[in-house]
Design a protein around this ligand. Sequence first.
Ligand SMILES: Cc1cc2nc3c(=O)[nH]c(=O)nc-3n(C[C@H](O)[C@H](O)[C@H](O)COP(=O)(O)OP(=O)(O)OC[C@H]3O[C@@H](n4cnc5c(N)ncnc54)[C@H](O)[C@@H]3O)c2cc1C
Length: 251
Amino acid sequence: MILEYHRPKTIDEATRLLSRVQPKTIPIGGGTSINHLSKQDVAVVDLQELGLNVIEPQANGSGWQVGAMVRLADLMHSNVLPESVKEALRLEFSSNQRNMATVGGVCAGRDARSALLTCLVTMGCLVTLSAGSEPVSLADLVGGAKFLQAGQFIQMVHFPNQEQVMVNCIARSPADRPVLIVAIARRSGEFHIGLGGFGDRPQLVYHGSDRPAALHAVHVACEGASDDWAGADYRQDVAVSSVRQLLDMMQ
Ligand SMILES: Cc1cc2nc3c(=O)[nH]c(=O)nc-3n(C[C@H](O)[C@H](O)[C@H](O)COP(=O)(O)OP(=O)(O)OC[C@H]3O[C@@H](n4cnc5c(N)ncnc54)[C@H](O)[C@@H]3O)c2cc1C
Protein backbone atom coordinates (compact mmCIF):
# COMPACT_ATOMS: atom_id res chain seq x y z
CA MET A 1 0.00 0.00 0.00
CA ILE A 2 1.19 3.51 -0.74
CA LEU A 3 1.31 5.27 2.66
CA GLU A 4 2.47 8.70 1.51
CA TYR A 5 2.89 10.48 -1.82
CA HIS A 6 5.45 13.30 -2.17
CA ARG A 7 6.20 15.42 -5.20
CA PRO A 8 9.30 17.48 -4.30
CA LYS A 9 10.37 20.43 -6.42
CA THR A 10 14.10 20.19 -5.70
CA ILE A 11 16.72 17.44 -5.81
CA ASP A 12 17.69 18.30 -2.21
CA GLU A 13 14.15 17.73 -1.02
CA ALA A 14 13.88 14.45 -2.92
CA THR A 15 17.20 13.34 -1.44
CA ARG A 16 16.04 14.22 2.07
CA LEU A 17 12.81 12.25 1.66
CA LEU A 18 14.58 9.25 0.15
CA SER A 19 17.07 9.20 3.05
CA ARG A 20 14.30 8.30 5.50
CA VAL A 21 14.35 4.84 7.00
CA GLN A 22 10.77 4.96 8.28
CA PRO A 23 8.52 4.77 6.46
CA LYS A 24 10.37 2.94 3.69
CA THR A 25 10.55 5.58 0.95
CA ILE A 26 11.18 4.86 -2.71
CA PRO A 27 11.29 6.94 -5.90
CA ILE A 28 8.51 6.65 -8.44
CA GLY A 29 9.22 7.15 -12.14
CA GLY A 30 6.38 6.28 -14.50
CA GLY A 31 4.77 4.09 -11.85
CA THR A 32 4.24 1.08 -14.16
CA SER A 33 5.76 -1.34 -11.62
CA ILE A 34 4.98 0.55 -8.44
CA ASN A 35 1.29 0.58 -9.24
CA HIS A 36 1.42 -3.21 -8.99
CA LEU A 37 2.95 -3.18 -5.49
CA SER A 38 0.22 -4.25 -3.17
CA LYS A 39 2.00 -6.14 -0.40
CA GLN A 40 4.60 -3.54 0.64
CA ASP A 41 3.86 -0.43 2.69
CA VAL A 42 5.90 2.37 1.16
CA ALA A 43 6.03 6.12 0.86
CA VAL A 44 6.73 7.25 -2.70
CA VAL A 45 8.65 10.24 -4.01
CA ASP A 46 7.46 11.31 -7.43
CA LEU A 47 10.43 12.66 -9.41
CA GLN A 48 8.44 14.42 -12.12
CA GLU A 49 9.02 18.01 -10.98
CA LEU A 50 12.80 17.81 -10.69
CA GLY A 51 13.59 18.81 -14.27
CA LEU A 52 14.86 15.31 -15.08
CA ASN A 53 12.94 14.99 -18.33
CA VAL A 54 15.60 16.48 -20.59
CA ILE A 55 17.63 14.99 -23.42
CA GLU A 56 20.74 16.93 -24.39
CA PRO A 57 24.11 16.29 -26.04
CA GLN A 58 27.10 15.99 -23.70
CA ALA A 59 29.08 19.22 -23.62
CA ASN A 60 32.20 17.55 -25.09
CA GLY A 61 30.29 15.81 -27.90
CA SER A 62 30.98 12.37 -26.44
CA GLY A 63 27.34 11.31 -26.34
CA TRP A 64 24.00 12.21 -24.77
CA GLN A 65 22.66 12.99 -21.32
CA VAL A 66 19.17 11.71 -20.67
CA GLY A 67 17.24 12.64 -17.54
CA ALA A 68 15.91 9.72 -15.50
CA MET A 69 12.32 10.93 -16.01
CA VAL A 70 12.47 10.87 -19.81
CA ARG A 71 9.66 8.60 -21.02
CA LEU A 72 10.56 5.67 -23.25
CA ALA A 73 8.36 7.14 -26.00
CA ASP A 74 10.47 10.33 -26.00
CA LEU A 75 13.69 8.32 -25.94
CA MET A 76 12.46 6.33 -28.92
CA HIS A 77 11.77 9.49 -30.91
CA SER A 78 15.12 11.08 -30.05
CA ASN A 79 18.51 10.67 -31.75
CA VAL A 80 20.00 8.96 -28.70
CA LEU A 81 19.35 5.33 -29.62
CA PRO A 82 20.52 3.48 -32.73
CA GLU A 83 17.70 2.09 -34.89
CA SER A 84 18.36 -1.51 -33.74
CA VAL A 85 17.76 -0.53 -30.10
CA LYS A 86 14.67 1.51 -30.97
CA GLU A 87 13.25 -1.58 -32.64
CA ALA A 88 13.97 -3.71 -29.55
CA LEU A 89 12.32 -1.06 -27.36
CA ARG A 90 9.26 -0.97 -29.61
CA LEU A 91 8.88 -4.75 -29.45
CA GLU A 92 9.43 -4.91 -25.70
CA PHE A 93 7.07 -2.20 -24.47
CA SER A 94 3.52 -1.49 -25.61
CA SER A 95 2.73 2.05 -26.65
CA ASN A 96 0.96 2.67 -23.31
CA GLN A 97 4.01 1.45 -21.39
CA ARG A 98 6.31 3.61 -23.52
CA ASN A 99 4.23 6.65 -22.69
CA MET A 100 4.49 6.00 -18.95
CA ALA A 101 7.72 4.16 -18.16
CA THR A 102 10.90 6.17 -17.69
CA VAL A 103 14.56 5.56 -18.49
CA GLY A 104 15.38 5.71 -14.76
CA GLY A 105 12.69 3.12 -14.01
CA VAL A 106 14.08 0.70 -16.58
CA CYS A 107 17.61 1.07 -15.15
CA ALA A 108 16.42 0.66 -11.56
CA GLY A 109 14.19 -2.30 -12.53
CA ARG A 110 17.27 -4.48 -13.26
CA ASP A 111 15.10 -6.82 -15.30
CA ALA A 112 17.22 -9.64 -16.74
CA ARG A 113 14.72 -10.17 -19.53
CA SER A 114 14.66 -6.55 -20.68
CA ALA A 115 16.16 -6.08 -24.14
CA LEU A 116 16.37 -2.32 -23.60
CA LEU A 117 18.28 -2.66 -20.33
CA THR A 118 20.60 -5.27 -21.87
CA CYS A 119 21.34 -2.76 -24.65
CA LEU A 120 21.97 0.13 -22.22
CA VAL A 121 24.38 -1.99 -20.20
CA THR A 122 26.15 -3.10 -23.39
CA MET A 123 26.32 0.48 -24.68
CA GLY A 124 28.38 1.40 -21.59
CA CYS A 125 25.82 3.81 -20.17
CA LEU A 126 26.74 5.64 -16.97
CA VAL A 127 24.36 6.92 -14.30
CA THR A 128 24.52 9.95 -12.01
CA LEU A 129 23.20 9.04 -8.57
CA SER A 130 23.56 12.31 -6.68
CA ALA A 131 24.10 15.94 -7.55
CA GLY A 132 27.72 16.78 -8.32
CA SER A 133 28.97 13.18 -8.03
CA GLU A 134 30.88 11.32 -10.73
CA PRO A 135 28.66 9.01 -12.81
CA VAL A 136 29.01 5.28 -12.20
CA SER A 137 28.73 2.41 -14.65
CA LEU A 138 25.17 1.20 -15.20
CA ALA A 139 26.59 -2.33 -15.58
CA ASP A 140 28.02 -2.04 -12.05
CA LEU A 141 24.74 -0.74 -10.66
CA VAL A 142 22.70 -3.42 -12.40
CA GLY A 143 25.22 -6.14 -11.54
CA GLY A 144 25.37 -5.21 -7.86
CA ALA A 145 28.98 -3.95 -7.76
CA LYS A 146 27.53 -0.50 -6.92
CA PHE A 147 24.53 0.26 -4.75
CA LEU A 148 22.16 3.14 -4.32
CA GLN A 149 23.06 4.69 -0.94
CA ALA A 150 20.39 6.26 1.28
CA GLY A 151 18.93 9.28 -0.47
CA GLN A 152 20.45 8.42 -3.85
CA PHE A 153 18.43 7.83 -6.98
CA ILE A 154 19.14 7.70 -10.69
CA GLN A 155 19.15 11.29 -11.93
CA MET A 156 20.83 11.16 -15.33
CA VAL A 157 21.79 8.41 -17.74
CA HIS A 158 24.81 9.15 -19.94
CA PHE A 159 24.92 7.48 -23.35
CA PRO A 160 28.41 7.30 -24.92
CA ASN A 161 28.63 7.62 -28.71
CA GLN A 162 28.52 4.24 -30.45
CA GLU A 163 29.94 3.17 -33.78
CA GLN A 164 27.39 0.40 -34.18
CA VAL A 165 24.93 -1.52 -32.00
CA MET A 166 23.11 -4.73 -32.89
CA VAL A 167 20.72 -6.76 -30.80
CA ASN A 168 19.10 -10.13 -31.25
CA CYS A 169 16.18 -11.26 -29.05
CA ILE A 170 15.23 -14.93 -29.05
CA ALA A 171 11.78 -15.80 -27.71
CA ARG A 172 9.41 -18.75 -27.98
CA SER A 173 6.96 -16.55 -29.90
CA PRO A 174 6.99 -12.90 -30.97
CA ALA A 175 4.66 -12.05 -28.06
CA ASP A 176 6.79 -13.80 -25.40
CA ARG A 177 9.55 -12.19 -23.40
CA PRO A 178 13.00 -13.27 -24.65
CA VAL A 179 14.78 -16.35 -23.28
CA LEU A 180 18.00 -14.90 -24.66
CA ILE A 181 19.10 -11.39 -25.56
CA VAL A 182 22.41 -10.81 -27.32
CA ALA A 183 23.58 -7.22 -27.72
CA ILE A 184 26.85 -6.08 -29.29
CA ALA A 185 28.06 -2.49 -29.27
CA ARG A 186 31.20 -1.31 -31.07
CA ARG A 187 33.00 1.69 -29.57
CA SER A 188 36.54 2.84 -30.31
CA GLY A 189 37.03 -0.25 -32.44
CA GLU A 190 36.26 -2.68 -29.60
CA PHE A 191 33.28 -4.97 -29.24
CA HIS A 192 31.23 -4.98 -26.05
CA ILE A 193 28.96 -7.99 -25.69
CA GLY A 194 26.01 -8.16 -23.30
CA LEU A 195 23.64 -11.02 -22.58
CA GLY A 196 20.16 -10.98 -21.07
CA GLY A 197 17.09 -13.18 -20.97
CA PHE A 198 18.20 -15.36 -18.06
CA GLY A 199 19.60 -15.10 -14.54
CA ASP A 200 19.06 -12.11 -12.23
CA ARG A 201 20.39 -9.27 -14.35
CA PRO A 202 21.63 -8.50 -17.84
CA GLN A 203 25.41 -8.91 -17.86
CA LEU A 204 28.41 -7.65 -19.80
CA VAL A 205 30.39 -10.71 -20.78
CA TYR A 206 33.17 -9.46 -23.05
CA HIS A 207 34.92 -6.42 -24.40
CA GLY A 208 37.83 -6.41 -26.78
CA SER A 209 38.52 -7.34 -30.37
CA ASP A 210 39.51 -11.01 -30.19
CA ARG A 211 36.73 -12.98 -31.87
CA PRO A 212 37.56 -16.50 -30.48
CA ALA A 213 37.88 -15.02 -26.98
CA ALA A 214 34.51 -13.31 -27.41
CA LEU A 215 32.81 -16.56 -28.45
CA HIS A 216 34.44 -18.41 -25.55
CA ALA A 217 33.28 -15.75 -23.05
CA VAL A 218 29.71 -16.02 -24.34
CA HIS A 219 29.81 -19.82 -24.09
CA VAL A 220 31.09 -19.65 -20.50
CA ALA A 221 28.50 -17.02 -19.50
CA CYS A 222 25.67 -19.36 -20.52
CA GLU A 223 26.98 -22.30 -18.48
CA GLY A 224 24.31 -23.34 -16.00
CA ALA A 225 21.79 -20.92 -17.55
CA SER A 226 18.87 -23.33 -17.28
CA ASP A 227 15.44 -22.25 -16.07
CA ASP A 228 11.78 -22.96 -16.80
CA TRP A 229 12.02 -21.28 -20.20
CA ALA A 230 15.17 -22.80 -21.73
CA GLY A 231 18.13 -25.06 -21.03
CA ALA A 232 21.74 -23.97 -20.74
CA ASP A 233 22.81 -26.06 -23.75
CA TYR A 234 20.22 -24.36 -25.93
CA ARG A 235 21.24 -20.92 -24.70
CA GLN A 236 24.95 -21.68 -25.24
CA ASP A 237 24.39 -22.84 -28.81
CA VAL A 238 22.10 -19.99 -29.76
CA ALA A 239 24.14 -17.30 -28.01
CA VAL A 240 27.39 -18.36 -29.67
CA SER A 241 25.88 -18.61 -33.15
CA SER A 242 24.05 -15.34 -32.65
CA VAL A 243 27.26 -13.53 -31.64
CA ARG A 244 29.09 -15.07 -34.60
CA GLN A 245 26.36 -13.89 -36.96
CA LEU A 246 26.18 -10.37 -35.49
CA LEU A 247 29.99 -10.00 -35.59
CA ASP A 248 29.96 -11.05 -39.27
CA MET A 249 27.37 -8.39 -39.98
CA MET A 250 29.29 -5.72 -38.07
CA GLN A 251 32.71 -6.26 -39.63
C1 LIG B 1 2.41 -5.50 -17.47
C2 LIG B 1 3.87 -5.15 -17.27
C3 LIG B 1 4.79 -5.47 -18.26
C4 LIG B 1 6.13 -5.14 -18.10
N1 LIG B 1 6.99 -5.45 -19.10
C5 LIG B 1 8.30 -5.10 -18.96
C6 LIG B 1 9.22 -5.37 -20.00
O1 LIG B 1 8.87 -5.92 -21.02
N2 LIG B 1 10.52 -4.99 -19.81
C7 LIG B 1 10.92 -4.37 -18.67
O2 LIG B 1 12.09 -4.01 -18.54
N3 LIG B 1 10.07 -4.12 -17.67
C8 LIG B 1 8.77 -4.47 -17.79
N4 LIG B 1 7.92 -4.22 -16.77
C9 LIG B 1 8.41 -3.60 -15.53
C10 LIG B 1 8.33 -2.07 -15.57
O3 LIG B 1 7.28 -1.62 -16.38
C11 LIG B 1 9.61 -1.50 -16.11
O4 LIG B 1 10.68 -1.86 -15.28
C12 LIG B 1 9.49 -0.03 -16.26
O5 LIG B 1 10.39 0.39 -17.18
C13 LIG B 1 9.60 0.73 -15.00
O6 LIG B 1 9.65 2.12 -15.33
P1 LIG B 1 8.82 3.16 -14.50
O7 LIG B 1 9.34 4.49 -14.87
O8 LIG B 1 7.37 2.95 -14.69
O9 LIG B 1 9.27 2.79 -13.02
P2 LIG B 1 8.41 2.71 -11.69
O10 LIG B 1 7.33 1.70 -11.79
O11 LIG B 1 8.01 4.09 -11.28
O12 LIG B 1 9.56 2.18 -10.71
C14 LIG B 1 10.13 0.89 -10.89
C15 LIG B 1 11.21 0.68 -9.83
O13 LIG B 1 12.30 1.54 -10.11
C16 LIG B 1 12.51 2.46 -9.03
N5 LIG B 1 12.83 3.73 -9.67
C17 LIG B 1 12.09 4.40 -10.59
N6 LIG B 1 12.75 5.49 -11.01
C18 LIG B 1 13.91 5.51 -10.32
C19 LIG B 1 15.03 6.39 -10.31
N7 LIG B 1 15.10 7.47 -11.09
N8 LIG B 1 16.07 6.10 -9.48
C20 LIG B 1 16.04 5.00 -8.69
N9 LIG B 1 15.01 4.13 -8.67
C21 LIG B 1 13.97 4.39 -9.47
C22 LIG B 1 11.24 2.46 -8.23
O14 LIG B 1 11.47 2.81 -6.88
C23 LIG B 1 10.75 1.04 -8.42
O15 LIG B 1 11.42 0.20 -7.52
C24 LIG B 1 6.57 -4.51 -16.91
C25 LIG B 1 5.64 -4.18 -15.92
C26 LIG B 1 4.30 -4.49 -16.09
C27 LIG B 1 3.33 -4.12 -15.01
